[in-house]
Design a protein around this ligand. Structure first.
Ligand code: ISL
Ligand code: CA
Length: 563
């Protein structure tokens, strides 16, 4: 296998709005990120993925872009961006941008020229997906991922436009070659600035099924589940190959497609080693195991993912992509709950130890690991208790739809589900120190700081040699030093498939093998693993080993054996 630079790199994800405020308006910004580059460097990450920083009315955290070639003034200006890129590069850090081209903002010039137009010669009309009403209704039953219908009526032209997300996020018409070329030109323009790659928002949804048929509808649901029939549509691979030829193949970039609804079979096409499309994809399966299958409630629940399901899923991705395509590895991002609250245990007694265990389990797998800001200090969910505390439109709309309109749930239950799954959990400001507003801003931030910032913050983590931070730092260093972490073949330890408490796997290459053993429970468990003589204990999250065959709560051990 020829190694590509991004295969043993580690990505650190920055959500600019919540990372560091530099001008006291309560919102993070580009200068704030520049001031914190040394911190990311200290952690050891190679690449920063920046969530969208483009001009945007910010209906959906900047995923509604009004101008792909300008910076949101709240975050700074183009000079600030160029300074960020230059400073990052001087420090040896690369910058991956967010590419949001399934849809634009309704404030984008293209859409403003498109809406309301009945002019047959107006080329912008065909930049979006417009359809006539059917029997006076929406053209089909598709629901928006953010509640309500996926169609909005335009009085002036008498047609509906499609928006899989908010009505302020109209879907672009990828079947129009001019739209594709405009997007490819814009990408090449960013290449000219010297960026290092793109993370591609919902790229699996760009090619809509022919004739836009109705989608399957769950019982009690008001609308059809469009995601299922749109994901991996008829021309998606053709369009990505075209993007590859016209843009990606010209640059030594890292590219990752966010691919809701992707299976391992599909991933082998998106992220094939032949490099004809993308480098890797974000799959959604392992972060959907705690949702509801085939009910109108979708992701809203407070059940915990079972180790059996989680391991089966991760192992499937490791095995099926091995040698054929490249995995991305992540526990969290700006759309997901906090890692330690979701998969570990955020009670004070177990927070640090379980955060480290999860980090090790992920970072020893094959693929490129992504660390979401704050994960490296074990930040937790915020556990809001009132719907008015939320800012995210997905959470707010889901509450109104499920509780008030459809009466599927009592309010208290939905509040519990939101506390477990709302995207705002990940978006609370970065906790830098124990001073007011956690050192994020001098003024009240746009979203409250988690009250636990006095106990969980960067300053304390940097002062504690046993912190979660230094554990992550060590994992990254090991990945950079040991080729086996990049190229070793993954296998579950024999019999581990049915173990409800311990996750144990190996990695093997010709020279070495790795053994990872992790206790996912808050109990002491006994297991006999064949740890070969001369094995070296590479990393562990307890100070010592009392008994070889005993794993304490959330204990993880990783052994390296030289053949
Ligand atoms: O269920 C989904 C699609 O089948 C969603 O999970 C969807 O994939 C996800 O919400 C996509 O997220 C990305 O695009 C959104 C934006 O709000 C998110 O922040 C972004 O990560 C729309 O641009
Ligand atoms: Ca600011």
């Amino acid at each position: 296998m020829t190694k590509l630079w991004w295969q043993n790199a580690v990505v650190y994800q920055v959500y600019p709005k919540s990372f560091q405020d530099s001008n006291d308006d309560g919102i993070g910004d580009l200068r704030g990120i520049i001031n914190r580059l040394d911190y990311i460097k200290e952690l050891g990450a190679d690449i920063i993925w920046l969530n969208p920083i483009y001009k945007s009315p910010d209906i959906d955290g900047g995923y509604d872009i009004a101008d792909y070639q300008n910076i949101n003034p709240t975050f700074g200006n183009m000079d600030d961006f160029e300074c960020l890129l230059k400073t990052a590069h001087q420090k040896g850090l690369k910058i991956m941008m967010d590419l949001v081209v399934n849809h634009s903002s309704s404030d984008h010039e293209w859409f403003k020229k498109s809406i309301g137009s009945t002019d047959k010669n107006n080329k912008y009309r065909d930049y979006y997906v417009w359809r006539d009403p059917v029997d006076g209704h929406e053209p089909n039953n598709w629901g928006s991922f953010f509640s309500g219908p996926a169609w909005t009526f335009d009085e002036k032209s008498g047609q509906y436009y499609l928006h899989l997300f908010a009505k302020e996020q109209p879907d672009l018409n990828w079947d129009n070659p001019e739209v594709r070329n405009s997007i490819f030109d814009m990408m090449n323009w960013w290449a000219g600035k010297g960026i290092d790659g793109f993370r591609m928002d919902v790229i699996s949804l760009i090619s809509k099924p022919k004739d836009l048929p109705d989608a399957p509808k769950e019982e009690g649901a008001a609308y059809g589940n469009a995601g299922e029939i749109i994901a991996n549509g008829p021309h998606v691979h053709e369009y990505l190959k075209e993007m590859n030829q016209k843009v990606l193949s010209k640059h030594d970039w890292i590219t990752v497609g966010e691919t809701a609804g992707v299976t391992t079979e599909e991933a082998k096409r998106y992220a094939n080693m032949d490099e004809s499309e993308l480098n890797m994809v974000f799959q959604f399966e392992h972060v959907s195991l705690d949702g509801n299958k085939n009910t109108a409630l979708g992701k809203w629940s407070d059940t915990k993912t079972s180790l059996i399901d989680l391991r089966a899923n991760l192992a499937k991705w490791q095995k099926n992509l091995s040698g054929k395509a490249w995995n991305s590895l992540y526990w969290s991002n700006h759309d997901q709950p906090r890692t330690v609250s979701r998969f570990g245990n955020d009670a004070p007694k177990y927070r640090k130890v379980s955060a480290k265990m999860l980090a090790a389990v992920l970072h020893f797998m094959q693929g490129t690991p992504y660390i979401y800001q704050g994960e490296e200090i074990g930040m937790t969910n915020i556990y809001f208790t009132d719907i008015n505390q939320y800012r995210d439109l997905e959470s707010i709309n889901a509450y109104h739809e499920l509780v008030e309109q459809e009466h599927l749930l009592p309010s208290e239950t939905m509040i519990k589900y939101l506390a477990a799954h709302s995207r705002d959990n990940a978006r609370t400001p970065m906790q830098w120190n124990g001073t007011e507003n956690a050192g994020f801003s001098k003024v009240t931030p746009w979203l409250p700081v988690n009250p636990n910032y006095k106990l969980i913050n960067v300053k304390d983590a940097l002062n504690d040699k046993n912190s979660v931070f230094y554990f992550y730092q060590k994992l990254i260093k090991l990945r950079h030093e040991l080729p086996i972490i990049t190229d070793g073949v993954f296998n579950l330890v024999e019999g581990n498939e049915s173990d409800q408490e311990v996750f144990a796997y190996t990695r093997q290459n010709e020279e070495e093998s790795l053994l990872v053993i992790a206790n996912f429970t808050d109990k002491v468990v006994e297991r006999e693993y064949r740890v070969l003589d001369n094995s070296k204990l590479l990393i562990q999250n307890y100070k010592d080993i009392v008994k070889n065959n005993e794993l304490r709560p959330y204990e993880v051990r990783v052994y390296l054996y030289e053949k």
